[in-house]
Design a protein. Structure first.
Length: 129
């Protein structure tokens, strides 16, 4: 004998779909902050670096220009730039004082900032496009 269809079947299906969508949203949120490609490196640079290094990396009263030969990949690797961001830099060549560490930035965010530094160097004509 065939079982009669429940009058609540559409509501049950809709409730199940809403529950599944909620699970997917939570799983997506818990999967991390995204890759360096998905992170807005320009915003990170603006919020963490530009006050000292200038919005275009041209330098400011508080920090040296990043669009300078000393910071190009053949002199300072991407890993070196990342280490400076993570760990800070003691006062060395300049009179700006030490660069503070940024321990609250995760690896993807640091990588995104490094890419912005290289983009700024390309825009300044220091690196090939």
């Amino acid at each position: 004998m065939a079982r009669p269809a429940s009058r609540n079947a559409p509501a049950t299906r809709l409730s199940a779909l809403a529950w599944l969508a909620g699970i997917c949203l939570v799983a997506s949120a818990l999967s991390g902050c995204g890759t360096a490609d998905e992170i807005d490196g320009r915003a990170l640079f603006a919020n963490n670096c530009a006050v000292c290094h200038g919005p275009s990396g041209e330098g400011a009263a508080q920090g040296p220009a990043l669009v300078d030969g000393r910071y190009l990949p053949d002199h300072l690797s991407d890993e070196g730039v990342a280490a400076a961001i993570r760990n800070g830099v003691p006062e060395r060549q300049f009179d700006f004082g030490p660069m503070p560490a940024s321990p609250r930035l995760d690896d993807d965010e640091v990588d995104a900032i490094v890419e912005v530094v290289r983009e700024l160097q390309r825009e300044a004509g220091l690196l090939e496009p």
